[in-house]
Ligand binder design. Structure first.
Ligand code: C2E
Ligand code: MG
Ligand code: MG
Ligand code: MG
Length: 277
């Protein structure tokens, strides 16, 4: 009896595994096709300076527009792109596309920057800085207008290699930001070892302001810490006027979130009033 049930269980288990593996393989081959067929798009979410209510820059966020017209969010395909290594090619496309976009924005006379997310695999790539340098040169984008976003987990493990990579990038003149800040494990002393310019407060700490006093304490502590360390601080996921007021009151003047704008395609973005309000 027990043996039979055990067998059964194993049978179902391996069938599930097969299903998951099949789905992954399918997604992988669809991703290869997406690269070949240029099915990716970048959306751009405005970053606002609360002091002026001006758009000071954007964050580039990738979308996959499938042939059936479904727009697939990055959470659905970045992990597979990452584990298959396809992310390196996709990430390079993001760099080109983002820099070309930024060059167009600047040629319209706008004084804006662009935040670009780097994946773990991309960040470990020894040729990343060289690739970035080449793309900046070819697109004519000023390095100071680019901010690379990395996460705390990418700085863990081989910290010497991480510091080396950060320095390589910094020497190009770009800025570096720690995305989803507060969700990882970086301590103050740890943070000080990395040549970063900006902390981006994770959306999870912002979303329950002003109901969650714990989160409010965490956010004001991160802001104070950033100021102490001379780092810029950006709050992400700002959705309400109360959150705007809280952040302003605590001197976090750089914000992005649905309250101001969703991520938009370039055409939609160009129709936005440059000053929000
Ligand atoms: P992230 O870098 O932390 O990006 C912020 C995410 O929060 C975006 O989701 C954005 O659409 C969403 N968001 C912005 N404001 C609000 C808000 O007010 N409320 C809510 N609920 N959400 C908001 P998205 O575009 O789905 O991207 C998810 C993640 O995928 C990104 O998180 C980033 O880690 C990754 N990602 C996106 N584009 C790229 C890319 O080009 N390369 C790499 N490696 N990763 C990317
Ligand atoms: Mg980001
Ligand atoms: Mg983030
Ligand atoms: Mg996030």
């Amino acid at each position: 009896e027990a043996k039979a049930r055990g067998k059964n269980t194993f049978h179902f288990f391996s069938q599930d595994l097969n299903e998951a593996a099949k789905e992954r393989l399918e997604l992988e081959s669809q991703l290869r096709e997406a690269i070949r067929e240029h099915q990716f798009m970048l959306y751009y979410q405005p970053k606002i300076d609360l002091n002026t209510n001006h758009i000071v820059g954007y964050e580039a966020l990738i979308r996959w527009l499938r042939p059936d017209n479904k727009l697939v969010p990055p959470a659905r395909f970045i992990p597979v792109a990452e584990s298959t290594g396809l992310i390196v090619q996709i990430g390079e496309w993001v760099l080109w596309e983002g820099c070309r976009f930024l060059a167009r924005q600047c040629s319209r006379g706008l004084n804006v920057d662009l935040s670009i997310n780097l994946s773990a695999r991309q960040f470990r790539d020894n040729s990343l800085a060289e690739t970035v340098e080449r793309i900046l040169k070819r697109t004519g984008v000023e390095p100071k207008r680019i901010i690379f976003e990395i996460t705390e987990s990418m700085l863990m493990g081989d910290t010497d290699a991480a510091i080396h990579q950060l320095n390589q990038l910094k020497s190009l003149g770009v800025s570096l930001s720690i995305d989803d800040f507060g969700t990882g494990y970086s301590s103050l002393s740890y943070l000080k070892r990395f040549p970063v310019d900006e902390l981006k407060i994770d959306r999870s700490f912002v979303q329950d302001i002003p109901e969650d006093t714990n989160d409010m304490d965490i956010v004001s502590a991160i802001i104070a810490m950033a100021q102490q360390m001379n780092l810029r601080v950006v709050a992400e996921g700002v959705e309400t006027v109360e959150q705007v007021a809280f952040l302003k009151q605590h001197d976090c003047t750089l914000v992005q979130g649905y309250y101001f704008s969703m991520p938009l395609a370039e055409q939609e973005l160009n129709q936005l009033e440059f000053t929000i309000n």
